[in-house]
Design a protein around this ligand. Structure first.
Ligand code: NAD
Length: 503
């Protein structure tokens, strides 16, 4: 991988990339950048979006957002492209996926820089975002070439042969959030393209800088016109995409409030749907755990990306016998975290992504005060420019507290204690969400037994937040519908077809 020295990953170089290479005020439709006109007739519904540097709160750039007219153009392009894209050989589709990965590798530092600039995350976390996205394109390039065109299904009937094949589901509406822009996009786009679908991609309007670079990459490697259309837009565009009669499949990652709307919108015409929604995942620390290591996992699980991770382990469930010692260590380690500019190499936690997200976290600090929660550390906004808050831990939090029940999507940990495994499992499962979990114990057999009983789509034992492309991703309960990544992630963009023949 060709990388610049990390000293070249600076705000200045990222701003230069944003100014010189990101195409603003345009949508990528049918293989071309189509200019988006300003909505001058209605100043109350202006389509101008400011893109912020969360470190300072300053505007980096402004861009115009699409309207439903662009959605119509993009759907027409995707519809026309579908006939040929769905029929070209899988090796050809794999070639394009590998070319995307290669081009992202060549532009690795630019993509990382834009991600730090527009999202606020520290450089090392942005590298994971881009690196995991590259791995995902490669993974699906490989997986699709391994899938046989026909497989034989065994049947008890004599004189009959039953064959199975897969077809692409059709034209897909892909909608992503801002927290890991490159990764969440790749988890949808890579399997959709591998399967032979054509797509409309609507990235979050908050982090358009890294996402729009994808248009440059697709254009540079010559992905056929109309196969991928990128629509910088907000709710209006998302609504138009998800309710359009020519869309066959909706894949959405975001909040539950919007997820519920998307489900209703997609009901029109009975569209296939995948939803990756919120989380309030537990980290269970057993009595025999190494306290120092457990604290590192707790900190990684809640303060990485300033807690803005769907799978953040935001509820700590710790054995009563070690709770006091663990809280003492956790306080010291939390208070020694380096908070600051994502571009500073020593930074361990950056700002929140936006003023809106800052207000969301502040709302929960106020609730914690009103509920009289015991604050071990943090609970404040930092008096700095930009959207900074302190990493925060509340102990002895009752399960009736709003902070126990609701997703904060910020660096806020709530803790409860248990006395036996049954209580640990009950507390871990005490949530309307069920996306992920971490179990910390040197006793692998006991931890695996616990993993069987914790409701979550992904469980780490003595690890945290590692997501491999081979592992399916998604939750139970209100964390969503379906799975991304792995073989399940490809199935989300395919329909099986059975063919029966007689001997
Ligand atoms: P959000 O729901 O506000 O926005 C997500 C996307 O939906 C954005 O692109 C937005 O423009 C679009 N949108 C808004 N209104 C729409 C509508 N009516 N129809 C269609 N699209 C619409 O979420 P966010 O604030 O960007 O992201 C944070 C949320 O995402 C958190 O709840 C987090 O848990 C969740 N998330 C989940 C996963 C997962 O894998 N389960 C991963 C990342 C984030």
């Amino acid at each position: 991988m060709e990388m610049l020295n990390s000293t070249d990953l600076t705000r200045e170089t990222a701003i230069q990339t944003a100014q010189n290479e990101v195409i603003l005020n345009a949508a990528y439709i049918n293989g071309d950048w189509v200019t988006i006109e300003a909505l001058v007739t209605d100043p109350d519904h202006s389509n101008i979006q400011a893109l912020y540097d969360p470190n300072s709160g300053e505007v980096i750039a402004t861009t115009r957002l699409c309207t439903s007219t662009h959605v119509e153009q993009a759907i027409a392009a995707a519809d026309e492209a579908f006939a040929s894209w769905s029929q070209i050989s899988v090796s050809e589709r794999a070639r394009y996926l590998n070319a995307i990965a290669e081009s992202m590798e060549q532009q690795f530092d630019k993509l990382v820089g834009l991600s730090v600039l527009n999202n606020g995350k520290p450089i090392e976390e942005a590298k994971i975002d881009v690196g995991d996205a590259i791995a995902c394109y490669r993974y699906y390039a490989n997986l699709i070439t391994e899938q046989a065109t026909w497989s034989k299904v065994s049947t008890l009937e004599s004189g009959i042969r039953l064959l199975k094949t897969y077809s692409p589901v059709g034209i897909c509406a892909l909608i992503t959030p801002w927290n890991f822009p490159m990764v969440t996009t790749s988890w949808k786009l890579a399997p959709a393209l591998a399967a032979g679908c054509t797509v409309l991609l609507k990235p979050s309007e908050v982090t358009l800088l890294p996402e729009l670079m994808l248009g440059n990459i697709l254009s540079e490697i010559g992905v056929p016109k109309g196969v991928v259309n990128i629509l910088p837009g907000a709710a209006e565009v998302g609504t138009a995409m998800t309710s359009h009669p020519l869309i066959d499949k909706v894949s959405f990652t975001g909040s539950n409030i919007v997820g519920e709307k998307v489900m209703v919108q997609a009901a029109k015409g009975i569209k296939d749907i995948s939803l990756e929604l919120g989380g309030k995942s537990a980290i269970v620390v057993c009595a025999d755990a190494d306290i120092d290591y457990a604290c590192d996992l707790i900190i990684g699980g809640i303060f990485t990306n300033a807690g803005q991770i769907c799978s953040a382990t935001s509820r700590l469930v710790v054995h009563q016998d070690i709770a006091k010692q663990l809280f003492d260590t956790l306080k010291v380690k939390t208070e020694s975290l380096q908070i600051g500019d994502g571009f500073a190499t020593e930074t361990q936690m950056g700002p929140l992504v936006s003023e809106q997200q800052l207000n969301q976290v502040k709302k929960f600090f106020d609730i914690a005060t009103a509920e009289n929660l015991n604050c071990l550390t943090g609970g404040q906004l930092l008096e700095a420019s930009g959207y900074f808050v302190t990493p925060t831990v509340y102990t002895n939090v009752p399960t009736t507290s709003q902070l126990w029940m609701e997703e904060v999507f910020g660096p806020v940990l709530v803790c409860a204690t248990f006395t036996d495994d049954a209580e640990a499992i009950r507390l871990a499962n005490d949530s309307k969400f069920a996306l992920a979990a971490t179990i910390v114990s040197p006793d692998e057999t006991a931890a695996l037994e616990m993993a069987l009983q914790i409701k979550a789509g992904h469980i780490w034992i003595n690890e945290q937040q590692i997501v491999l492309p081979e592992a399916g991703w998604g939750g139970f309960k209100q964390s969503g519908i379906g799975r991304e990544l792995g073989g399940d992630g490809l199935s989300a963009y395919q329909k099986s077809k059975h063919v029966l023949l007689t001997d």
